[in-house]
Design a protein around this ligand. Structure first.
Ligand code: PMP
Length: 345
């Protein structure tokens, strides 16, 4: 197939059956968002924000795009800006993985690192200051309507069309901005109202589970860090405030159940997906899958479950996910090396 631009290859990601890890009698599927051209679900949002801003005339040719992001949105925006020829500046907390910074710079963006102690809101404040001071276009993924809208018009529609005949009993997703959750939920509530919408959340950051409301400024941005937030290893998930985009899912009661997950459990399931299914996903994908397995173990036989996988394991080579994967040969590998005459020493 021939495409007019790399941007035309965003979306229509595959839904893949889990054959080895799923409990007997359960139809468990993953939607592999790492098939997007810059390898994450955020390519959709990045394209949508830039496209919408162009249509509304708020983004002018050659104007700099700025955004605060823990990584995948930055890569997505850097990628869209490269294809559309806009300068791009990304602010991010120093806790996000090195691969992400390097990938953004590789795509031609500038990356401004903010202190880990200030978490997501530190990067956010810096992006806003830069936008105000320089007249840059601030993408505002946490409040921008173009975020959930693209998941309504693409991700959600893809799911409805893929499960139209099979039916879908449970849909499982975590949240960063909440764009995926809110946008897909709009479509599922309308076209598949029986589907249970399951939200995965870090066990140490139960912002939605505990139900305390988020204080906001007039533009919907967070006024303060949320009191229930604690640092967790699931990059891209649950920053230290409840985003306005996610608030829709809470207010419209899209969330049928919230299931907490430990980062260590997410890492375990990401590793198992790779080694036992050949499916490459990051820590958030593993964490969503951990929750999907919990749902699968409780669900009646014959149930169909879909789990979102937001990005690829390759984005985490320097992180905890690969901590046990060493570059040197282990004893088993050394035994294989030494098992033929040419390498015997
Ligand atoms: N997982 C990862 C790795 C992400 O980068 C993101 C986006 N920040 C998500 C999940 C959640 O996506 P959303 O922003 O649509 O809630």
């Amino acid at each position: 197939m021939i495409y007019p631009s790399i941007l035309s290859t965003i979306g229509k990601t595959p839904v893949v059956k889990i054959n080895n890890l799923a409990p007997d009698g359960i139809n468990l599927y993953v939607k592999a968002e790492y098939f997007n051209p810059a390898s994450s679900v955020k390519d959709r949002l990045a394209f949508s924000i830039i496209d919408e801003a162009e249509k509304q005339g708020v983004l002018k040719p050659g104007q700099t795009v700025v955004e605060a992001t823990s990584g995948n949105t930055g890569i997505g925006l850097a990628f869209v800006c490269a294809a559309k020829n806009y300068p791009c500046v990304i602010t991010m907390p120093e806790s996000a993985s090195i691969e992400r910074r390097k990938m953004m710079r590789f795509l031609g963006a500038k990356v401004i690192i903010t202190p880990a102690s200030e978490a997501g809101s530190g990067a956010y404040k810096k992006a806003k200051e830069l936008a105000d001071q320089n007249g840059w276009f601030y993408a505002r993924q946490f409040e921008n309507e173009a975020n959930a809208n693209i998941h309504e018009s693409t991700t959600g529609q893809e799911i409805v069309s893929d499960f139209n005949e099979l039916g879908l009993d449970y849909w499982v997703s975590g949240y960063g901005t909440g764009g995926t959750f809110a946008g897909v939920s709009r479509v599922l509530r309308e076209f598949m109202p029986e589907t249970k919408l399951i939200m995965a959340e870090p066990d140490v950051a139960p912002l939605v589970a505990k139900g305390k409301s988020q204080e906001r400024t007039d533009d919907g941005a967070p006024a303060l860090s949320h009191p229930d937030w604690n640092p967790h290893p699931i990059q891209g998930w649950t920053t230290d405030f409840i985003p306005l985009v996610l608030q829709e899912a809470i207010d419209k009661e899209f969330i049928d159940e919230i299931i907490p997950v430990a980062g260590s459990n997410g890492i375990k399931w990401s590793q198992k997906l790779a080694a036992e299914e050949g499916i490459l996903t990051g820590i958030s994908g593993g964490s969503t899958f951990a929750v999907a397995m919990e749902v699968a173990n409780k669900a009646p036989k014959g149930s169909t479950i879909l789990c979102m996988l937001a990005d690829t394991a390759e984005r985490y080579l320097s992180s905890l996910l690969f901590e046990d994967i060493l570059p040197d040969m282990n004893d088993e590998e050394l035994t294989i090396l030494n098992s033929t005459p040419s390498y015997k020493n």
